[in-house]
Design a protein around this ligand. Structure first.
Ligand code: MLT
Length: 263
């Protein structure tokens, strides 16, 4: 059973959980998510690894430090957490926005990275169209955040997935609705200005695993194939949409397990 704890960082409380012993796996959730995204996956790995999950800035029970949370702000907070826990090298695993944070962490703190896993994520920056969509999203959020959250979460899953795992999606939506207004806006603004980190897929001196969803409507599989081409990153595709850790937790476990075993 993981223990939920907190530590003090820049005048806020950061919520994280810790369980198990061994080499460290640190899991970073995506936008509108929190550390509970990983419950099924971390339960599996807890007998062999030290598992850390954290609520990113402005998500779950972690406070906000500003009106823009850049990926670098998030990465600095993650570094403060691993320093607090006296950890040196970590296997870092990020879902979507958590992947952007993992990449920022890998760029800023390369000596602390043992391996890097991106799930339903990309190393590329927002293109112009996505930037415009971020502005639109911010306008909607300012008018009615719960409506935005409900719409955003429902649209992540296709009809089959809604039929297959309705309880999981309902729980996921409830968790998303806990995200504070400032946290939502700060992440949208932070994601909009994030930089391209494709070079890390080529030159990052650690093993890299990319898990992509065949039906992901947020991260196109074609683009992910393109960005991982000619890199040393191992690309695996999964029969799911944008939230692999929820939709196909067993497959995420299997892929991660064989990747970690080979390290
Ligand atoms: C996420 O799931 O973290 C977001 O959809 C990522 C994004 O909007 O770029």
């Amino acid at each position: 059973m993981s223990q939920v704890k907190s530590f003090h960082y820049k005048n806020i409380s950061v919520n994280y959980s810790e369980v198990g012993k061994g080499s460290t796996l640190l899991f970073l959730h995506g936008f509108l998510e929190n550390h509970s995204l990983w419950d099924e996956i971390t339960a599996y790995f807890a007998s062999k690894y030290r598992i850390i999950t954290v609520d990113l800035l402005g998500h779950g029970d972690t406070g906000c430090i500003g009106y823009i949370h850049t990926m670098e702000d998030q990465a600095d907070m993650v570094y403060a957490l691993i320093s607090h826990l006296r950890l040196r090298k970590i296997n870092i695993i990020g879902h979507s926005m958590g992947g952007y944070v993992a990449l920022a962490f890998a760029e800023l703190y390369p000596d602390h990275v043992k391996s890097l896993t991106l799930i339903n994520s990309t190393s590329r920056a927002d293109n112009e169209e996505r930037k415009i969509n971020r502005d639109r999203a911010m306008d909607i959020v300012k008018k009615n955040a719960p409506t935005f959250v409900r719409m955003a979460t429902q649209n992540l899953f296709d009809e089959d997935t809604h039929q297959r795992i309705p309880e999981k999606i309902a729980q996921f939506t409830q968790e998303a609705l806990r995200t504070p207004l400032q946290g939502i806006l700060a992440s949208l603004a932070g994601m909009k200005i994030r930089i391209d980190r494709e070079a890390l897929l080529h030159f990052g001196p650690y093993p890299k695993l990319i898990l992509a969803g065949e039906k992901d409507t947020i991260m196109s599989l074609e683009e992910i194939k393109e960005e991982t081409q000619d890199t040393e990153a191992l690309l695996e595709t999964l029969p799911c949409g944008h939230v692999a850790p929820l939709e196909v937790a067993d497959l995420v476990i299997a892929k991660l397990k064989s990747f970690l075993k080979a390290l």
